[in-house]
Design a protein around this ligand. Structure first.
Ligand SMILES: *Cc1c(COP(=O)(O)O)cnc(C)c1O
Length: 413
């Protein structure tokens, strides 16, 4: 199989890993930026870059033209700073005032939604003789987080003269950018602009997530904030496929073991699947603790030798079983694709999401830290990360003897 060279690497004998295509990521960042009417691009790398690995994604996105990064909490920002990332990082989520010192230590840009937070930051900034940039979040109708439009205008005016604070940005988030009916988004946008007009000295206004950037590029203002699109997925079926985004993540494994079942024998907890005939069952070492939703029990499928093989029985915490009876010549160590492409077939994060009644975001974010990440450039591993290895360049990697188990020798790749 073509990707044998890549997938022959796995750790401690458990054949399951995610491949992160950094070329696709860079391509997506460039495409999204070109769509943004000259606006700056803040790459959203919250939630471990939607499961892809925050540090590797941040570096690649910045090299491809992203200007800034967005995270949700201080820890996520700190992880990037520790990795040597120096660009502005916006903490878009809620941060309590008690974190003001820490935010300053790390040169993170907080989102401010209260005068208490602003005062705490101003105090720290004054003590240090610095000025801290902040962004004000306006809630224009998502009714989740932010200041009301009138509060935002009032706080903004007050902060203009508060020493130590510089209001660098003003932003809002849309409730239904990924839906067919854009009227509520247009209303939110109008409300946002009415606040921005009152604070017209604030240099960076931003409203666009992926769905907005793809559907309404005219709303881009000074900066856009795509997340999902960077990872090559579309937020919903209502969002225009106006750019050829490429999926970045594949989730792969190998057939770990083959078992023959007689007709009438049943598989996994609760015996929810019974072999209708003599069957060949493959063990895949991926379970719900790795991010394969249990809802896929008896519903999902995987790719083996370019064909779909159904998941049979309940998905367990650490493994699942697939019916390989219809796949000729199947063998232990054959590649299994859970998300991604194999031959002519493809299983997208969207397909899994639909089967589970959720969205691709949740599938991607759910791929847990236990799953090794392999980072690829032009089909070759350039770095990797596991539970026990920090992100390491492949050339520089100094992997202790026996930790890195080689699979079967690369099949001519
Ligand atoms: C997550 C998030 C984004 C990115 O949204 P996508 O739909 O993934 O593009 C943008 N802005 C804020 C405030 C977010 O929390």
């Amino acid at each position: 199989m073509q990707s044998q060279g890549v997938s022959s690497h796995y750790w401690q004998g458990r054949p399951i890993w995610a491949e992160i295509d950094l070329d696709a990521l860079a391509n997506n960042v460039r495409l999204l930026k070109s769509q943004a009417n000259g606006a700056a691009l803040l790459a959203v790398v919250k939630a471990n870059a939607y499961g892809h690995g925050a540090v590797a994604v941040a570096r690649t996105a910045l090299a491809a033209g992203a200007d800034r990064l967005g995270v949700i909490c201080v820890d996520e920002g700190e992880q990037l700073r520790r990795a040597g990332v120096t660009v502005p990082i916006l903490v878009m989520g809620h941060t309590s005032s008690s974190a003001a010192q820490h935010l300053a230590d790390l040169s993170l840009t907080p989102t401010v939604v209260s005068s208490e937070m602003a005062l705490a930051l101003a105090r720290v900034a004054s003590e240090r003789g610095i000025e801290m940039p902040v962004h004000l979040k306006v809630d224009t109708g998502l009714n989740r987080y932010g200041l009301s439009p009138s509060e935002a205008a009032d706080l903004g005016r007050w902060l203009r003269d508060l020493a130590g604070i510089r209001v660098e940005g003003l932003f809002t988030h849309f409730a239904s950018a990924d839906e067919g009916d854009k009227s509520y988004m247009v209303e939110q946008h109008r409300l946002f602009l009415s606040v921005a007009e009152q604070l017209n000295w604030v240099p960076i206004r931003h409203v666009s997530n992926t769905a907005t950037l793809l559907g309404m590029p005219d709303m881009s203002l000074e900066m856009v904030r795509p997340g999902l699109g960077i990872y090559g997925c579309y937020p919903s079926n209502h969002v225009k496929r106006s750019l050829p985004l490429r999926p970045v993540l594949s989730l792969k494994g190998r057939v770990a073991r083959l078992t023959s079942l007689a007709s009438g024998e049943s598989v996994s907890y609760g015996h929810t699947w019974t072999a209708p005939r003599r069957s060949l069952i493959g063990l895949v070492t991926c379970g719900y603790a790795d991010g394969l939703p249990r809802a896929l029990s008896n519903r999902g499928s995987v790719l083996v030798r370019g064909q779909r093989a159904p998941i049979v029985g309940r998905v367990c915490m650490d493994m699942c079983m697939v019916d390989l009876s219809d796949i000729p010549d199947v063998a232990v160590d054959d590649e299994v694709v859970i998300i991604g492409r194999q031959g002519e077939e493809e299983i997208s994060a969207d397909e899994l999401a639909e089967l589970c009644g959720t969205i691709s975001y949740e599938i991607l974010c759910g791929i847990s830290a236990r799953v090794p990440r392999l980072y690829l450039r032009q089909g070759r591993i350039v770095s990797k990360q596991t539970l026990v290895l920090e992100l390491q360049d492949e050339v520089a990697a100094n992997v202790p003897e026996g930790v890195l188990a080689e699979g079967p020798s690369p099949g001519g790749a």
